[in-house]
Design a binder for this molecule. Structure first.
Ligand SMILES: NC(=O)c1ccc[n+]([C@@H]2O[C@H](COP(=O)([O-])OP(=O)(O)OC[C@H]3O[C@@H](n4cnc5c(N)ncnc54)[C@H](O)[C@@H]3O)[C@@H](O)[C@H]2O)c1
Length: 316
């Protein structure tokens, strides 16, 4: 049964890793959900369990082209998120971030919807301050192999704030840090999926550099809760706001943890660092705590158990 406070909500990138969890949460909260996806990196399997819900719709659409639908809120998540995927067709990546943002902002303006942008910690580039606060402007290479993603997302943030200033659009910008969990793509080259898949197959675990670079890992359920809190926050709070887990681990610690938890026979090997790979990344989440009452609850071990369980389904 729908309730009186239910809204019609569009989630672009709704068939992806984060998007599918977000669609599920919004449906559980009894909203109508329209998932918009071109299935570039998203998969039908991620949303198959939602298909029978009468309040769930899927539109196959590339957001670099305009779209019209009557909705109350838009979560703009469409964009390949892993380096392997976003570097495969870098021009399309920038188009998705920039043209996609223009199209979704144009739609939000026309139908007076509230709109949230899934931005990224990559807007900080290879940070020179640590941990990163929202006031930090970043250290980004504009012409490197990661730039299609980093600069695309930065430009999208610019567009969000200009639509807000120029057209009084209700906007929300979340800067998402490394998130992991079930429905991540098993071959997307991201560190958690890589390590888990390599461990489950007893393959060599590749650590780049000496493994001393640090990352913080947020479990998907915590992250999606943060996105919904942000969307529901008062209109005068636009962000940008960091959403991520501030507990830091070195890449080597993560590798060792995964090997231990999977009972794997894998050995750890070291390879040279790829270009522009940030050495350190950790969110300062004080703003999210203060404005959204949000901080992540799920510990790395707990999240890894569910993630490992999910990836076991891919092992023949
Ligand atoms: N997962 C993370 O750790 C993380 C971190 C920072 C930011 N983000 C951001 O969150 C969002 C979701 O990331 P994810 O991890 O779920 O990635 P994902 O690749 O699993 O999901 C992205 C989805 O967008 C869809 N998509 C891509 N281009 C599109 C286009 N032009 N039109 C319509 N759909 C398109 C894909 O098919 C996919 O379903 C992205 O915007 C990403 O930049 C994610």
């Amino acid at each position: 049964m729908k309730n009186y406070s239910s809204k019609r909500i569009m989630v672009t990138g709704g068939a992806g890793f984060l998007g599918s969890h977000l669609c599920e949460k919004l449906l559980n909260e009894r909203h109508e959900v329209i998932c918009v996806d071109n299935f570039y990196t998203g998969r039908r399997a991620n949303i198959a369990h939602l298909a029978s819900n009468p309040y769930f719709e899927v539109i196959r659409h590339d957001i670099t082209f305009p779209l019209y639908a009557e909705v109350d809120e838009i979560y703009n998540l469409a964009c390949p998120a892993s380096p392997i995927h976003y570097q495969f067709d870098p021009v399309q990546t920038t188009k998705t971030s920039v043209h996609g943002a223009i199209n979704m902002l144009g739609l939000a303006k026309r139908i007076k919807a509230k709109i949230l942008q899934a931005s990224t910690s990559e807007v900080y580039g290879d940070p020179t301050v640590h941990p990163q606060q929202e006031s930090y402007w970043g250290n980004v290479n504009p012409i490197g192999i990661r730039s299609c993603y980093d600069e695309g997302k930065r430009c999208a943030e610019t567009l969000f704030f200009d639509y807000h200033r120029q057209h009084q659009l209700r906007i929300k910008v979340a800067r998402i840090f490394n998130t992991y969990g079930p429905r991540m793509h098993p071959n997307d080259g991201r560190v958690v999926s890589n390590f888990v898949m390599q461990s489950l197959r007893d393959e060599e675990i590749t650590v780049y550099g000496e493994g001393s670079q640090t990352r913080s890992f947020c479990y998907v359920e915590d992250l999606v809760d943060g996105l919904v809190r942000l969307m529901n926050s008062p209109d005068d709070f636009t962000g940008p706001v960091n959403l991520g887990n501030p507990v830091e681990f070195t890449i080597l610690e993560l590798a060792e943890k995964v090997v231990a938890m999977t009972g794997s026979k894998s050995k750890i090997s070291f390879k040279p660092l790829p270009s522009d790979d940030p050495r350190q990344r950790q969110p300062d989440i004080n703003l999210a705590k203060e404005k959204l009452g949000w901080s992540p609850d799920i510990k790395l071990e707990e999240g890894l158990v569910k993630t490992i369980e999910y990836f076991q389904g891919f092992i023949a």
